[in-house]
Design a protein around this ligand. Structure first.
Ligand code: SAH
Length: 399
């Protein structure tokens, strides 16, 4: 049994923890000074030393730790982690059986019972992401649990420790097993993606958008001109092109996005020369497009929740209305805007208000045709609503 430390919860927070709220906040605990090392197993209790919940201490931008078990006698060891991982894998049974999609999330933090840890699957390879030093300290038991629960070709990891959510030290992304080809080609609903498991911060595709990409390909792309802003490796453009788009234009300010996007087209047998890939600040591009009176049938907006470029600072919660207004102006009548955000600090309701406001200010009219939150493999718990950060609306511009 690991050394565990008892901590006292302030009375006003006890109810939330008893109800299953999984995030342990700094302000809810009286005596953090009792614990020094991240990764320590902590037992939250009331002032009378009655047990409430067991968790671990690990500092993330969101809080100071995560709840793990409501059983005071539970030992947080490889057996415990294996139980969680096995149940997560069972929940994704249909994903493992579907040969048309070979990349998906197998473990989604608190949604699967362990905040601060995600595990993604890429055609036989597993990628763990550690969100705090605390969870990383539990690495040995977690790896043992993973290895005993799955058949794997290889295991990789990403560390996202610091408060700003930056990725640190990608020198040791490879953990064990076989090394993956670089890139490894995975499938998503029949399309291909080139994925780099060992190449810095991001692997090349955001798996949480799979349902949106499929909808664009299957329902919205045929014969359309498509503008994909904040396009990264062009995943939305690839799906639009596969769906028969007349032409796609991808805009991202990162220099690397050009070759990365060409590559994603290439692995799908699309000649990237037939598509436009522009390395530029989206906000400059909008000005240019408005001046040139460009109009697109389909505009995808998927900005980061916060970004700073040379000339612009963008914050989704403050600037999304402005972004939408730019997009509306270059969308054809009866055209469609796919508005997406992964900002966890506002709700779908607020996001709908942004859309309402943007159209109203331009005296334009719209209809929301579809909306999306996280897909099934990004399992969330209703005890932690903030965990369902993705919000996507497919909006038709009527006037
Ligand atoms: N929509 C993408 C993911 C976007 S990630 C996808 O589906 O895969 C955010 C991207 O926004 C990054 O690639 C970053 O380079 C880009 N970005 C951030 N600020 C930008 C700006 N002002 N103009 C253009 N691109 C920007």
């Amino acid at each position: 049994m690991k050394n565990e430390i008892d901590l006292t919860v302030k009375p006003e927070f006890i109810g939330d923890y008893k109800d299953g709220y999984p995030l342990i906040s700094k302000e809810s605990v009286v005596d953090w000074n009792m614990v020094t090392d991240e990764g320590t197993i902590i037992n939250l209790q009331d002032a009378k030393e009655n047990f409430i919940v067991k968790g671990y201490y690990g500092i993330q931008n969101k809080g100071y730790g995560w709840a793990l078990s409501y059983n005071a006698d539970e030992s947080i060891d490889s057996t415990y982690f294996a139980k969680k991982i096995k149940s997560a894998i069972e929940y994704r049974d249909s994903f493992f059986k579907d040969a048309s999609t070979t990349a998906f999330r197998v473990f989604n933090g608190e949604g699967d019972g362990i905040g601060g840890l995600t595990i993604d699957y890429f055609d036989g390879y597993y990628m763990l992401t550690w969100y705090s030093i605390g969870i990383y300290e539990l690495k040995e038991d977690i790896l043992e649990a993973l290895k005993s629960s799955v058949e794997y070709k290889g295991i990789y990891q990403k560390k996202r420790f610091d408060a700003k959510g930056k990725y640190l030290d990608d020198a040791d992304d490879f953990v064990c097993g076989q090394k993956a080809p670089s890139p490894i080609i995975v499938k998503e609903n029949g399309a291909n993606f080139a994925i780099y498991l060992d190449d810095g911060a991001m692997v090349g595709v955001f798996l949480d958008q799979k349902d949106v990409r499929k909808t664009i390909r299957d329902t919205y792309a045929k014969g359309k001109t498509v503008l994909n802003t904040f396009s990264y490796t062009g995943a939305f453009s690839v799906f639009a092109a596969l769906g028969g788009a007349k032409k796609t234009t991808s805009v991202d300010l990162a220099r690397r996005s050009l070759s990365k996007t060409q590559e994603q087209f290439r692995v799908n047998s699309i000649d990237s020369k037939t598509q436009d890939i522009i390395v530029e600040d989206v906000f400059n591009y909008f000005k240019y497009a408005v001046r040139k009176k460009f109009l697109f049938d389909l505009v995808v907006l998927d900005p980061p929740s916060f970004a700073r470029s040379k000339k612009h600072t963008f914050s989704a919660s403050k600037d999304y209305v402005k972004l939408l207004k730019e997009a509306i102006q270059i969308t054809n009548k009866n055209g469609v805007i796919v508005a997406s955000t992964n900002a966890a600090n506002f709700s779908m309701m607020t996001f709908s208000d942004f859309v309402f406001k943007a159209f109203k200010e331009l005296n334009s009219k719209y209809k929301v045709e579809k909306s999306f939150s996280l897909p099934k493999d990004f399992r969330v718990t209703d005890k932690f609503k903030e965990g369902n950060y993705l919000k996507v609306m497919i909006i038709r511009k009527i006037k």
